[in-house]
Unconditional design. Structure first.
Length: 354
């Protein structure tokens, strides 16, 4: 945090190894926190942020989060004059607080009918959330996202301590983005350290500045996009794929057995709804359809590579107890019966085209 005598100075960039022109003054995001705009000095755009602003949060450790904490407990309710044009992402409040053994209880059905969202990151301690019919314990590094009005409640239990920062916002685009994130991740998730730092920076900038509607809206939209990139970015897709790998391995090792979706959900460790969404995102089709596809692909291989096996035996080895049903779904997939498939050598021709 900068003292009064320091706030007018321009500080050198933390990445001193980067090439730069002498006439351009460089500074890191830490020296910008006391200013109302994150990428501007009195003389122009920060050359480091001008290239790739998101990289300014990629340092190891939550530097800006520590600055937010060092700034002390504070909150700001943001109520600025609006123009004729509606802004599609607008912060309504933000702050950093530590609650300990005191009354703190928010019911999403008792906060009015004007829609808004709450993004709240747990720095330490424990908070509680009841979301629809499910209970959550919010602990260090958990991030909470809820929409209001909605059937949820989050609170501090008696004797507990909860340290957190939050950003609330409204507007059509903010609501749309947060609804899509809730649909994929649910109300509680873990973010990358760089994203947490980015969101802390947005909160601190809103606390200290963003005096105009446009500036405040820009920070809110930036926070929404940082969250969007973390949840839907390429790293998130890779994590979903790796999370599904134990399920896929189980499927391929047990194609001769029953594979109910309930068993696959248990292997994944996720809720059924979240598992179904993650599996479809990872493999492109629902889990039941994937199992059927894998069964049919194994059947096609056995029909041509193990021609000594009767069709009935192939069906059983691929998890089909009813041979008639096997023939029906096989024909639906390949256009011919299993016996015709075996005699035409269709599998070999399919493989040559791959």
């Amino acid at each position: 945090m900068l003292g009064k005598e320091q706030q007018g100075r321009v500080w050198p960039c933390a990445t001193a190894r980067m090439p730069f022109k002498p006439e351009i003054r460089l500074f890191s995001s830490r020296s910008l926190l006391g200013r109302g705009s994150f990428a501007f000095s009195g003389e122009g755009l920060c050359a480091y942020s001008q290239a790739r602003p998101e990289k300014d949060y990629a340092f190891e450790g939550n530097f800006v989060l520590q600055d937010l904490i060092a700034n002390g407990q504070s909150m700001r309710t943001i109520s600025l004059p609006r123009g004729r044009q509606r802004l599609h992402a607008m912060p309504t409040s933000t702050g950093y607080e530590v609650r300990e053994d005191e009354a703190y209880d928010w019911d999403g059905r008792k906060r009015g009918q004007t829609p808004f969202t709450v993004l709240q990151h747990t720095i330490g301690g424990t908070g509680r959330l009841r979301y629809e019919s499910r209970d959550y314990r919010l602990q260090k590094n958990d991030t909470l996202l809820v929409l209001v009005p909605h059937n949820h409640r989050y609170w501090l239990a008696k004797g507990d301590r909860w340290e957190y920062f939050w950003i609330s916002m409204n507007g059509e685009e903010a609501l749309r983005i947060h609804k899509s994130i809730l649909g994929v991740s649910g109300p509680v998730f873990r973010l990358q350290p760089a994203t947490i730092d980015h969101l802390a920076d947005c909160s601190l900038r809103l606390i200290k500045g963003a005096a105009s509607p446009g500036a405040a809206s820009a920070v809110a939209y930036e926070a929404a996009m940082a969250l969007y990139d973390d949840v839907f970015g390429s790293h998130a897709f890779a994590e979903k794929q790796s999370a599904m790998q134990p399920v896929i391995d189980h499927i391929n090792a047990n194609l001769d057995k029953a594979l109910p979706v309930a068993d696959l959900v248990q292997i994944s460790g996720l809720s059924r709804a979240h598992f179904s969404r993650c599996f479809a995102d990872s493999e492109g089709i629902p889990p039941a359809e994937f199992v059927l596809q894998q069964r049919l692909q194994r059947a096609a291989k056995l029909l041509t590579k193990a021609d000594f096996l009767p069709v009935k035996e192939v069906a059983i080895m691929c998890g089909f107890e009813d041979t008639n049903y096997f023939s029906k779904v096989f024909r639906r997939c390949y256009g011919i019966t299993p016996s015709q498939f075996r005699t035409t050598g269709m599998y070999a021709s399919m493989g040559s085209r791959r």
